[in-house]
Structure formats: structure tokens, C-alpha cells
Write a protein that binds this ligand. Structure first.
Ligand code: G3I
Length: 305
């Protein structure tokens, strides 16, 4: 296998990337996407501000573009994301509790029904826990007005809307064993014990020198898998360059391959040219779409040549 997608397929996994609809007209971008990747995540197009900017008015144009492109190439699609405190239109934050619950359930239902049968896994709830040692929930309109139960409600609503999509909880700084990942772990364990529908946990895996690849990354993925959920690396990018960056990427891939229920890896962008880390070079292709040492390391770790 000589592409990321085909090498990952040889291990029974997908290798995906975040995609922005605005770049689909650029031939280098699309050619690299189509050649190398077997899954996509819309980078911004399925978020609440994009899909329901005004209450009850749903706008799917940009996300539909990505979904039809991915489907035409046989790529898996990760839906990102239904309930998140960021990129949330101001009309949502202004609602009272009862109205907010109705709006949240309606948003989940309408967006998931629009894409019913097309989405491999949905990030139902994104980033609901705080950083740091408290293990507490993050303040958000959902948390502050609906309380801890909002996550369970979101997952139950999501299962009813598209029973065939895998339902994930997704977060960052949960990649190693720490207070935040312990809190997510406790939630998933509780959901499994009480029959709240959850199928997967996404580990964003945004790494840099301040937040390096944890030494217990594999062990952390494994303990979640042992709860009976799939795990996925959902937004991988690693600041740096050259051999150091390549080694870090290789270690991430090896950690996933060592965990049977780690079903796939998604990098957060095709090319350094468009990374959200505008000052950095965290991806596998440089800004001219040339393969970086990190690309070779990932391909080799996946067993490709
Ligand atoms: O669409 C508007 C455009 O109309 C406007 O002219 C332009 C001017 O700034 O902004 C555009 O929106 C930007 C949007 O990306 C689309 O490009 C926003 O300002 C910008 O904040 C937004 O950034 C995104 C960020 O999420 C927002 O939180 C990044 O592209 C996206 O990569 C990033 O992705 C997140 C994941 O969803 C969750 N995990 C962390 C990850 C990285 O931050």
C-alpha cells in the first residue's frame, strides 16, 4: 500500500482528514485528499453556527458539498459536531432552560436526520469538560442551564435520530491519563453501566511542545476501549518539523494500532497551508502539498511503503 488510506485499510482502519468546503475547488487540495485519505471530517461546516444560524432555519449547503464529495469517493464521514459551546450562535446562548433543551434536541434531530445513513460517527458532544485538575464540567449554556444531564440527553436524542451512526464523545487534553480524561472515563463508564447510548470516544490529539504526545497514550486509549467503546484519534496535528515531528506521528499511529478498538485516525487538515495553527507546520503535507518526513513515518507505521 502506498497511500495513507490504503495502508490503514490493511490494518482494518480508516485514515481521515478534516476538510474545508472552501478548498474543494483547488486541484492540489482535492487530488491530495482523494489520493491519500479514506475518511473526512468537515472542519467547520457541520457546526451549529453553520447549520442553524437562525432558530429553525437549517443551512446544509457547505456540509452537503463535503458529504457528496466524500460519498462519491467512498470515504467515511465523521460528523462534527452537534453540541459544543464554541461556534454556537448567540440565539442559542440567549435561551432559557426549557427552550434550550427543546432547541438542543431539535438541532440534533434535524441535523442527524438530514445526514441519516451517511455518517460513520458523530461527535455528539464536544469539549464538555474543563482543563486542569478539577475534572469538572466546563461552563457553557448547556451545562449552566441544563446541568450534567445535558450530555445524556444529547446522546439519547442522537440515537433516536440515526440509530446506525456511531455516537462519540470528543475532547482534547484527554489523550493521556490525567484528571480531565479520568472525568471523561467516569462518565463513559457510568453511561455504559446505565445503558446510555455511547459507542465511541474521540481523542483530538492536538500536540505541541507544551502538550506533547503523552507516554501513556496507548494505555489511555486502551482503558477506554476496555469500557466497551471504540476509540478514534479525531483531530491529530503535531507542531514541529523533521525527524522529531515524524517520530511523534509514528508513535501516535503505533498507539492506535496497538489498540484493537482504535478504529481510525483523522488528521486536522490536508496541508500546512490551511492549518488552524496558522503559525505552524503541524500536518503531513507541506504548504506546497509535498510529503513531509512525518508523512513517510505515518505510512511506514501503518505498514505501507
Ligand atoms: O466563516 C468565517 C468567515 O465568514 C469570516 O470572514 C472569517 C474571518 O475571520 O472567519 C470565518 O470563520 C472562521 C472559521 O474557522 C472558518 O474558517 C472562524 O473565524 C474561525 O474561528 C474558525 O476556526 C475554527 C475553530 O475550530 C473555531 O473554534 C478552525 O477552522 C477549526 O479548525 C477549529 O477546529 C476545532 C475543532 O472544531 C474542535 N477541536 C479544536 C479544533 C481546533 O481549534
Amino acid at each position: 500500500a502506498d497511500t495513507l488510506g490504503s495502508a490503514a485499510a490493511g490494518t482494518g482502519r480508516y485514515f481521515g482528514t478534516a476538510v474545508a468546503a472552501g478548498h474543494l475547488g483547488e486541484s492540489d487540495y482535492v487530488n491530495t485528499l482523494d489520493r491519500e485519505f479514506s475518511a473526512v471530517t468537515p472542519e467547520n461546516e457541520m457546526k451549529w453556527d453553520a447549520t442553524e444560524p437562525t432558530r429553525g432555519t437549517f443551512t446544509f449547503g457547505a456540509a452537503d458539498q463535503i458529504v457528496s464529495h466524500a460519498q462519491s469517493k467512498g470515504m467515511k464521514i465523521r460528523g462534527h459536531t452537534l453540541v459544543w459551546h464554541s461556534q454556537l450562535p448567540s440565539w442559542v446562548s440567549g435561551l432559557g432552560a426549557a427552550d434550550l433543551r427543546t432547541a438542543m434536541d431539535n438541532h440534533i434531530t434535524q441535523v442527524m436526520k438530514h445526514y441519516k445513513g451517511k455518517i460513520y460517527a458523530w461527535d455528539v458532544v464536544n469539549e464538555a469538560f474543563q482543563d486542569g485538575s478539577s475534572g469538572a464540567r466546563r461552563s457553557s449554556p448547556f451545562q449552566d442551564k441544563l446541568g450534567d444531564g445535558f450530555i445524556e440527553e444529547a446522546f439519547r436524542t442522537a440515537r433516536a435520530a440515526d440509530p446506525d451512526a456511531k455516537l462519540c464523545y470528543n475532547d482534547y487534553n484527554t489523550d493521556g491519563v490525567n484528571a480531565k480524561s479520568n472525568a471523561v472515563y467516569a462518565m463513559v463508564k457510568d453511561f455504559k453501566a446505565r445503558g446510555v447510548p455511547i459507542d465511541c470516544v474521540g481523542f483530538q490529539s492536538h500536540f505541541n511542545s507544551a502538550s506533547p504526545v503523552p507516554s501513556d497514550y496507548r494505555a489511555n486509549l486502551q482503558r477506554f476501549a476496555d469500557l466497551g467503546v471504540d476509540v478514534q484519534i479525531t483531530e491529530l496535528d503535531i507542531e514541529g518539523s523533521g525527524t522529531a515531528q515524524a517520530t511523534n506521528y509514528s508513535n501516535v499511529v503505533k498507539a492506535c494500532l496497538a489498540v484493537t478498538r482504535c478504529t481510525g485516525i483523522t488528521v486536522w487538515g490536508v496541508t500546512d497551508k490551511y492549518s488552524w495553527r496558522s503559525s505552524g507546520t503541524p500536518l503531513l503535507f507541506d504548504s506546497a502539498y509535498a510529503k513531509k518526513p512525518a508523512y513517510d513515518a505515518v505510512l511506514a507505521a501503518l505498514g505501507g511503503t
